[in-house]
Ligand binder design. Structure first.
Ligand code: PLP
Length: 442
């Protein structure tokens, strides 16, 4: 019998060092609605600010409710530390700003959430950070895009709409030859994928999706794997090897391991410089909401994946559906990546191309009775959306084509309702969608 309690079901409930509230013995994690924390003495205050001692200073930078969540998230992914922030978008932004500055570049997968594409292409470029895109179907494309100013690789475990599993180890291995860390957005695959085990250095989450899981909270997190040597090549990672004028000249890559005894320079720097300056903190109320969701994430992921796989089997046989897009419905090489990186299921996002194109897509969405038509994924409820006119609508035609969003593509996020009810709703909506053109059945 395992006595280490390192199974995800257990970590999600007991991970970190919180057992009960030290002041009241409350078992549920309290919401610490406070902005500030009284210092024990002037020496204590000075030590906290000088990072000689770690403790609470001000809720923009740390909070005891968030701390419990951060420790559980780090433990769940096998990382050493984590930082919660106000949204998934903030998490991706912080991950890049923590390694790159004006004049630097990162190499990112072309397979990305639409919001990440606009962040990378439009906002980061205005800050002087160039994002070079590499098609992940051949991991060598990442190597081809590197130069002296490349500070990180970036990919998404299971990006929609293509739903091709990202070659985590292949890209991470290339990066490690050049001391370039791989950052992976694992939003669509918590528990079923552990990017750090495959060589990623940092994991990014939109907690808004499966981890909170009920469509009630917006939040994000960064998990520091503690498995990347930020000081191995000072020229490659200047932000960790040069004195930081904003913090008394500290050299983060050296100082943090010395102060903490752990390789958590990435998480500490993100917290005490970027979160300090940009201020996009997760509120303790929202951290509490995420903690409730996290407790059942392992259980829910199993059911999400099981339902999705039954939906895929059903859709593949339906005459109104031209194509089903799912993690295991690609060529052998891409399917083998899904099998290598996803354990216990292949996620709950399913794409369909309807035989009747855009009109059928619209009729399908409008006919759904139980599925919600919303811009979200990872809710307990089943959801559907037409990306070309919504989530990906700010992309140019070329970007849409590169992202794999065709006019008739519909994205489904399969929820936790009974499978018979999910299929019933899809069945009647497909019936309505195909009242126009049907594909020939051989
Ligand atoms: N990453 C992925 C894969 C997403 O799907 C999303 C949102 O849909 C985000 C990041 C951004 O997360 P948030 O909406 O919490 O800012």
């Amino acid at each position: 019998m395992s006595t280490k309690r390192n199974n995800p079901e257990t970590i999600a409930i007991h991970g970190g060092d919180y057992r009960s509230d030290t002041a009241t013995n409350a078992v549920a994690v309290p919401i610490y609605r406070t902005t500030s924390y009284q210092f024990n003495s002037t020496e204590h205050a000075a030590n906290l600010f000088a990072l000689k001692e770690f403790g609470n200073i001000y809720t923009r930078i740390m909070n005891p409710t968030n701390d419990v969540l951060e420790k559980r998230l780090a433990a769940l992914d096998g990382g050493l530390a984590s930082l919660t922030v106000s949204s998934g978008q903030t998490a991706s932004t912080f991950a890049i700003l923590n390694v790159a500055q004006a004049g630097d570049n990162i190499v990112s997968s072309t397979d990305l959430y639409g919001g990440t594409v606009s962040l990378f292409t439009h906002t980061l470029s205005k800050l002087g950070i160039e994002v070079r895109y590499a098609d992940p179907s051949d991991p060598k494309n990442f190597e081809k895009a590197i130069d002296d100013k490349t500070r990180a690789f970036y990919g998404e475990t299971l990006p929609n709409p293509y739903l091709r599993a990202f070659p985590i180890k292949e890209v991470s291995d290339i990066g490690r030859k050049y001391n370039i860390p791989l950052i992976v957005d694992n939003t669509a695959a918590p528990v079923i994928c552990k990017p750090l085990e495959h060589g990623a250095a940092v994991v990014v989450y939109s907690l808004t999706k499966y981890i909170a899981g009920h469509g009630t909270v917006v939040g994000g997190a960064l998990v520091d794997g503690g498995n990347f040597d930020w000081t191995a090549d000072p020229k490659r990672q200047p932000l960790f090897n040069e004195p930081d004028a904003s913090y008394g000249g500290v050299v983060w890559g050296k100082a943090v391991p010395e102060l903490t005894g752990a390789n958590v320079s990435f998480a500490v720097r993100a917290r005490v410089t970027i979160l300090r300056d940009l201020g996009s903190a997760l509120s303790p109320d929202n951290a509490f909401g995420v903690i409730q969701g996290l407790e059942t994430v392992a259980l829910r992921m199993k059911q999400h994946c099981e339902n999705a796989s039954k939906v895929v089997d059903y859709l593949k046989k339906h005459k109104a559906v031209d194509k089903v897009i799912y993690a295991t419905e690609h060529n052998d090489e891409i399917n083998s990546r899904a099998k290598k990186y996803l354990k216990g299921g292949y996620g709950a996002l399913v794409g369909i191309e309807l035989a009747g194109g855009i009109e059928a897509g619209k009729r399908f969405i409008e006919s759904l009775k139980m599925f919600y038509h919303v811009a979200n994924i990872g809710d307990a409820r089943s959801l559907a959306i037409h990306p070309a006119t919504t989530t990906h609508s700010q992309l140019t035609e070329d970007e849409l084509a590169a992202a794999g969003v065709t006019p008739g593509y519909v994205r489904l996020s399969i929820g936790l309702e009974h499978i018979d009810d999910i299929i019933d709703d899809l069945d009647q909506a497909l019936e309505n969608s195909s009242k126009g053109k049907l594909k020939a059945v051989s």
